[in-house]
Ligand binder design. Structure first.
Ligand SMILES: O=C(O)C1=C[C@@H](OP(=O)(O)O)[C@@H](O)[C@H](O)C1
Ligand SMILES: C=C(OP(=O)(O)O)C(=O)O
Length: 433
């Protein structure tokens, strides 16, 4: 195994870092494009393992996809079926089975070994309740496509992942009766991601009723009808922006992320409030959003239920702060790329840290840290969290920096260029199909 030694900042980090497109927006755009009533173009698409897997998935199911750098042209075709590799992508595992159910033949789904442990059953049980034949409860599984899905009303417990809701809503307009989806159970996490799904469906002309409109808590209704082809430009990935902004925050520097959207459904936008609560100053102007680090961050007591994806970055900052932190509301992170609560506690403890797993989060008490190996567990955000800690702790050696390719290929170069004060963004990949 080749370790990547995270570079230590010898001075406050000052840079502008242009991050590529959002994973969540790109993968929703791809699914909607495959279901649409005509061809569409996605500009500024993220090109990464998760999005390339989604491109392959919709091709397998019948779409024609032409890729030129970060421009993706999708021409929908009659939905068919085949073998879908989900890798470790939650969006592929949870968004594609409802699409496959509309196909004309059986689709077989599998993925990385850890993906087999990620929660999956809720989507498959929901499909069964809507009249679809499914074999299996977790990866690998088969979805038997018959060319149509009855749809109707379904009650499920989506407390494990918002993606169970988004996945069903994305395809539901193409089900004969649409879908009325009622969540029953503890609160659904990552609600902004469901708002993102609803907003994109509406852009595509789909009639969606949210709980405010259905008049029932936790109940969404998607009316049956066509999904219009829409050309989309993808916003930068604000969750992937967080380690770079954190670099300013933990070194007393200033990092700007250009093209930050004025309004967005991305949960990464909430990171600005987290930074401010920890003592950083955040400004927004025509250059983008800039984080200015204080001499020393202060700890935070925060419920991250809605923005759990940001936890690894926040935990890394908390470990470098001057006072303790409590991160709450994130029990569902145990079902992410790895058990992120256990992984963050283990890796920060291995550096000499004082990090305790609680029922629903982490308690972080800052103490002096020393360099040691840092396991990424194939999780892109564990790798980037290690890079943040490494800015202040010499000798943090990350075992699998390439895991960042899940959503941000070229991370190590971009990180080094940020430290060199020159990070205009990853070079655009050459045209390939
Ligand atoms: O729909 C999406 O694009 C996502 C939803 C969230 O999943 P969970 O609700 O499982 O946390 C988030 O953490 C994930 O990175 C992306
Ligand atoms: C939870 C994440 O990914 P996924 O889409 O695979 O669930 C993440 O990117 O933090």
């Amino acid at each position: 195994m080749t370790y990547w030694t995270a570079p230590t900042a010898t001075r406050p980090v000052r840079a502008t870092v242009d991050v590529p497109g959002s994973k969540s927006l790109t993968n929703r755009a791809l699914v909607l494009a495959a279901l649409a009533d005509g061809p569409s173009t996605i500009t500024g698409a993220l090109r990464s393992r998760d999005t390339d897997l989604m491109i392959e998935a919709i091709r397998t199911l019948g779409a024609t996809v032409e890729v030129t750098g970060d421009r993706v042209r999708v021409t929908p075709g009659p939905l068919t079926g085949g073998t879908v590799d989900c890798g470790l992508a939650g969006t592929v595992m949870r968004f594609v089975p409802p699409l496959a159910a509309l196909g004309s033949r059986t689709s077989h789904f599998d993925g990385d070994s850890h993906a087999r442990n990620r929660p999956q059953r809720t989507v498959l049980d929901a499909l069964r309740a809507l009249g679809v034949e499914v074999h299996g409860d977790s990866l690998p599984f088969d979805v038997v496509g018959t060319g149509s899905v009855r749809g109707g009303r379904v009650e499920v417990d989506a407390s494990g992942s918002s993606q169970f809701v988004s996945g069903l809503l994305l395809s539901a307009a193409r089900f004969t009766d649409g879908v009325t989806f009622e969540h029953v159970g503890p609160p659904v996490p990552s609600m902004p991601h469901i708002d993102m799904t609803v907003a994109m469906l509406r852009e595509s002309g789909v009639q969606v009723d949210t709980p405010a409109e259905t008049g029932r808590a936790n109940t969404w209704r998607v009316h049956p009808g066509p999904i219009a082809a829409v050309d989309r430009t993808i916003e930068p990935d604000l969750s992937n922006a967080t380690p770079f902004l954190a670099a300013a925050a933990v070194t007393g520097g200033a990092v700007t992320v250009p093209r930050w959207p004025a309004t967005t459904t991305q949960p990464g936008d909430e990171f600005r409030a987290v930074l401010a609560a920890m003592g950083a100053t955040v400004t927004a102007d025509e250059a983008g959003v800039t984080a200015h680090g204080p001499d020393r961050l202060v700890g935070i007591d925060v419920d991250l239920h809605d923005i759990g994806e940001l936890t690894p970055t926040v935990a890394a900052m908390a470990a470098l702060a001057s006072s303790p932190s409590r991160l709450r509301g994130i029990a569902h992170l145990r079902g992410h790329e790895t058990d992120r609560l256990a992984a963050l506690a283990a890796e920060l403890t291995a550096l000499g840290g004082d990090v305790v797993e609680t029922d629903d989060g982490l308690a972080v008490t800052p103490v002096a840290l020393t360099g040691a190996p840092w396991r990424a567990y194939a999780d892109h955000r564990m790798a980037t969290a290690g890079a943040v800690v490494g800015l202040r702790v010499p000798g943090v050696r990350i075992d699998d920096i390439d895991s960042t390719a899940k959503t941000l290929p070229g991370f190590a170069d971009l990180w080094q260029r940020m430290l060199d004060g020159d990070a205009p963004g990853p070079s655009r990949r050459e045209a390939r199909s």
